[in-house]
Structure formats: structure tokens, C-alpha cells
Design a protein around this ligand. Structure first.
Ligand code: DX5
Ligand code: ZN
Length: 225
């Protein structure tokens, strides 16, 4: 099973964002863009214009992770800005099915983001309309947090739900993933791994991305690495 690496740009040097993206592109498969509105989470990051800038900077697919209230209102604008997938937190909307429909009608793939404190009820209910299940292993709001190992059983559960459907849905894990725990994340059933501070570490992002990719290649070959 191909394992895919998706760096979150949250901890990248925004003064050199284009260079940072170009430097890691040879080693990664997606880019993960964490949009925060200061309401759903106590942090404010970036919006549509930054997604447009990233779209101009690279050809890789972009996954926009909306940690915002009223995601359905803004999803079409993020699609127009270049998002290939858009994930949202179902707790903040009255009708997740409607938000999923808005995302898919815009042409983007749809994902539900599962908060560490949330169950899989929304995933179970809407799985046939999803392209990705984004399992959060940190509390949403900030990069650089510690990995929450207690989410591992829930990742396994999500992978089992996905495995039981005919639909081709990715299980993606987001938050605190490092070289020391990525084997647990992959063993639990993740196909796509988000890594922010493990890659944009302020030291040598391309080297960090290369190391993460090499570890994932080992895991794909079934080697403990
Ligand atoms: C947290 C974001 C994550 C985070 C990943 O709210 O959704 O994508 O930025 O960064 P690290 O890998 O540093 O936890
Ligand atoms: Zn994220």
C-alpha cells in the first residue's frame, strides 16, 4: 500500500514559503494547509490568498483543513483557490451532509476531520460521501504539539470502517507525527501522514522530509526501519 506524505505548512517560514515548499516537494506527495479562524480554535492562520499562493508555488495536490466555523460558506472559495481536498470539523455545522455536498459540488474531495475527543459517528454516517477521513492526533489549533497515542485505537477503528466499504477513502493522520511514532500510525491503518514541525523544523526541511520519506519506504516494504 503506497504511503503518502503531506507536510503541513503551518510551521514553515512564511517569509520564504515558496522556497520552503519547493525544497521539500521532491520528497512529498501532498501539501496540508491548516486554515484557522480564531473561533473554532484559539488561533488564526491564513486564508484563501495563501492557498492561491501555494497553488502557484507547486503542482502537488493540496488538502485544505478547515478549522473554522461555517466551513460550507468558505469551501467553494478554497476550491477556487486550488484546494484538491477540503476537510472540516462536523461538530461546527448543523448538517454535515450538506457541508460535504457543498465541498463535492465545488469539485473538491471531501473529508471529515475527527477531533481527538470525538467519536467516529459522523464518519460512519457519511463515509459513502467521503474521500478522506482526517484523524487528528493533536488537539486542533497549533503545530508542534505532542502526539496523542490514545487516538491509535480510533485510527484502527476508522481504518476498519473504510476497509469495509467499496469506496476508495483515504485514512489520513494529522498531528504530532514524527519518525519515532510513524510506524504506529501506519500500523493502525493510515495511508496519508501529515507532518508539520517534523519537516518544517527550522533546521533543514528537505533533509527532514527525505528522512521521513525513507522511513515510509521502509514501512511500505514491511521493514521496521
Ligand atoms: C493542528 C493541525 C495539524 C498540525 C500538524 O491543528 O491540524 O495539521 O499543524 O503539525 P505537527 O505535525 O507539527 O503537529
Ligand atoms: Zn491539519
Amino acid at each position: 500500500m503506497a504511503l503518502l506524505l503531506s507536510p503541513s505548512i503551518l510551521t514553515a517560514d512564511f517569509g520564504r514559503l515558496g522556497d520552503e515548499i519547493a525544497a521539500v516537494t521532491p520528497f512529498v506527495d501532498w501539501f496540508h494547509l491548516d486554515v484557522m479562524d480564531g473561533h473554532y480554535v484559539p488561533n488564526l492562520t491564513f486564508g484563501v490568498s495563501t492557498v492561491e499562493a501555494v497553488r502557484r508555488s507547486c503542482d502537488l495536490p493540496l488538502h485544505v483543513h478547515l478549522m473554522i466555523e461555517d466551513p460550507g460558506r468558505y469551501a467553494p472559495a478554497f476550491r477556487d483557490a486550488g484546494a484538491d481536498r477540503i476537510s472540516f470539523h462536523p461538530e461546527v455545522v448543523p448538517d454535515p451532509a450538506e457541508t460535504i455536498a457543498v465541498i463535492r459540488q465545488s469539485g473538491a474531495g471531501a473529508g471529515i476531520a475527527v477531533h481527538p475527543d470525538s467519536g467516529l459517528e459522523h464518519v460512519e454516517k457519511h463515509l459513502e460521501e467521503l474521500d478522506v477521513v482526517l484523524m487528528m492526533t493533536v488537539r486542533p489549533g497549533f503545530g508542534g504539539q505532542a502526539f496523542l497515542g490514545e487516538v491509535i485505537p480510533k485510527i484502527r477503528e476508522a481504518a476498519a470502517l473504510v476497509g469495509a466499504t467499496q469506496r476508495d477513502v483515504d485514512v489520513e493522520v494529522d498531528g504530532g507525527v514524527k519518525l519515532v511514532n510513524i510506524d504506529q500510525v501506519v500500523a493502525a491503518g493510515a495511508q496519508i501522514v501529515v507532518a508539520g514541525s517534523a519537516i518544517f523544523d527550522g533546521v533543514d526541511a528537505p533533509a527532514a522530509a527525505k528522512r521521513m520519506r525513507a522511513k515510509m519506504d521502509d514501512l511500505e516494504r514491511g521493514e521496521p526501519g
